[in-house]
Design a protein around this ligand. Structure first.
Ligand code: DUC
Ligand code: ZN
Ligand code: ZN
Length: 486
């Protein structure tokens, strides 16, 4: 045995490695935070990790989460405060095998987008346990924003822009959406859209309130699938007019899915994201005694059980490109869901549920271990596709020589019953309480550093780096190119 200097900082031995394309037996040699060798019988490492019986997978990318997000004045649920900042949010992420997070720098009306980004950098500084990037949210696309700020920010690594078709304080008009899409197309960014019809929701909400139907379960009644279907159709048509790439976020059920399939059949480059709440929760979860249904108030709302199956089919057959948490952390207390009291009308309940830590384990257990998807598809949904679409590939999202050593080692034998007390976020509940999962990420590395192992936190706040992203437009122009590449 050699007594010389180890060749590697770390070697992970005897595991089964998977990428979005392949599953193979290999050791993984890591030096300087990157993967530098793959193969059997690699030389020695200063740290040796035995991954016998384990899956060695790219760390997850949660490409849709909300952390420490300042609220706009004038929102119905104004005043509710997000319980997770970059510290607790990223801590929770790594314990669930996620090594990169992409939350949102929000432009509120009248504000500069550049100022919103600067503010968000201050909020992240010194806190993150894992790497992070920012999407932009544009709620006020002024001439200055469209001509100066967005082009400058896209060039600087903020290559995705979300717009809303609903929420009084955030929504922009169809005309404004066209303007934003025109800029994202011209500068190679990816537009993301929250597709729900605002007028329908406010009309239905007023009718429900007049009839005294204000309990949390009526949140779902106020946002039926038609509301999402119509907006999805319109968003696709708008992107068609501009020839812009568009990603529909948090798709909840069959009717929006049908619009996405039809758009793709016409050759429109539409990408699609769904979230655990549309696979594992249903409208029944909004109908719990004692206002507890408020915990599951999110938008779009969870649908019925039949729709869960339709969403699963989209996970299985490749319709969905991205699987994100839409983590929006509001506690079940007076600063969060109960901000307007325990009998508040659903209109005043902060929208969102926590999910950074449970996202990947839910999909690993109920998707891969349950036999619904194979390991490559799990990797594609958990990280590779987000890395590709959001301009971080192949630095992130794969196990390859030259990639960052962002790695989660999953134990398929580990059975875990989810309890909120074991999670590392700052929310006081999880909608998945009591659900037993098969498989869990037991060792997690960010750029070669162990950040958690066997339930122990080893990372440190501030280790996480900001990732400036490139445009994915030349790699993924349309979905046929995407299909070949992804
Ligand atoms: N819906 C959103 O659009 N964002 C955050 C959470 C939610 O439920
Ligand atoms: Zn949204
Ligand atoms: Zn969201």
């Amino acid at each position: 045995m050699s007594t010389g200097t180890p060749l590697f900082d770390t070697v992970i031995r005897n595991g089964t490695v998977a990428t979005a394309a392949d599953v193979f037996r290999s050791d993984v040699g890591i030096r300087g935070g990157r993967i530098v060798a793959l193969g059997e019988g690699l030389g020695g490492g200063a740290r040796e990790i035995d991954a016998s019986g384990m899956y060695v997978l790219p760390g997850g990318i949660d490409a849709h989460c909300h952390l420490d997000q300042p609220k706009a004045e004038g929102l119905a649920a104004a005043g509710s405060v997000m319980a997770d900042d970059f510290l607790s949010g990223s801590r929770s992420a790594i314990f669930g095998g996620t090594t990169t997070i992409v939350p949102f720098a929000v432009q509120h009306r009248g504000q500069s987008v550049v100022a919103a980004v600067e503010d968000y950098h201050r909020r992240a500084a010194g806190k993150a346990y894992c790497d992070y990037a920012f999407h932009l949210i544009v709620s006020d696309p002024s001439e200055k924003v469209l001509r100066e700020e967005l082009p400058q920010l896209i060039t600087s690594g903020y290559t995705s822009v979300k717009v809303y078709m609903t929420y009084e304080a955030m929504r922009i008009s169809d005309r404004q959406i066209l303007d934003v899409l025109d800029v994202t197309r011209e500068h190679g960014a990816l537009a993301m859209i929250h597709a729900e019809n605002f007028e329908c929701i406010s009309w239905l909400t007023e009718k429900l309130e007049a009839a005294g139907k204000t309990a949390p379960r009526y949140h779902a009644t106020s946002r039926p699938q038609a509301v999402e279907r119509e907006a999805t159709h319109r968003a696709i048509a708008l992107s068609e007019v501009v020839s812009a790439r568009l990603l529909i976020v948090h798709v909840s059920g069959g009717e929006a899915i049908t619009e996405i399939r039809r758009g793709r059949e016409r050759g429109v480059p539409i990408f699609a994201e769904t979230c655990p709440q549309y696979l594992f929760l249903s409208e029944e979860d909004l109908d719990q005694p004692g206002f507890h249904g408020a915990k599951c108030v999110c938008s779009p709302p969870p649908r019925d059980k039949g729709n869960q199956e339709v969403v699963w089919r989209g996970i299985e057959d490749g319709l969905f490109d991205i699987f994100s948490s839409d983590h929006a952390p509001y506690r079940f207390d007076e600063n969060g869901k109960l901000r307007h009291g325990p009998d508040a009308p659903f209109r005043k309940v902060a929208n969102g549920i926590p999910g950074l830590e449970t996202r990947a384990p839910l999909l690993f257990s109920e998707g891969f271990m349950a036999g619904r998807i194979d390991l490559c598809r799990f990797v594609a949904l958990n990280s590779a596709n987000s890395a590709k679409l959001y301009g971080m590939y192949p630095r992130k999202g794969t196990i390859a020589v030259g990639a960052d050593a962002d790695i989660a080692i999953w134990d398929p034998q580990r059975q875990v019953t989810i309890r909120n007390e074991m999670l590392h976020h700052n929310v006081d509940f999880t909608p998945y309480e009591g659900r037993t999962l098969q498989g869990w990420p037991v060792t997690v590395m960010v750029r070669g550093e162990l950040v958690c192992q066997d339930g122990e936190l080893l990372g440190r706040p501030g280790y996480g780096e900001f990732i400036a992203r490139r445009s994915s437009a030349r790699d993924i122009q349309d979905r046929s190119a995407e299909a070949a590449w992804i």
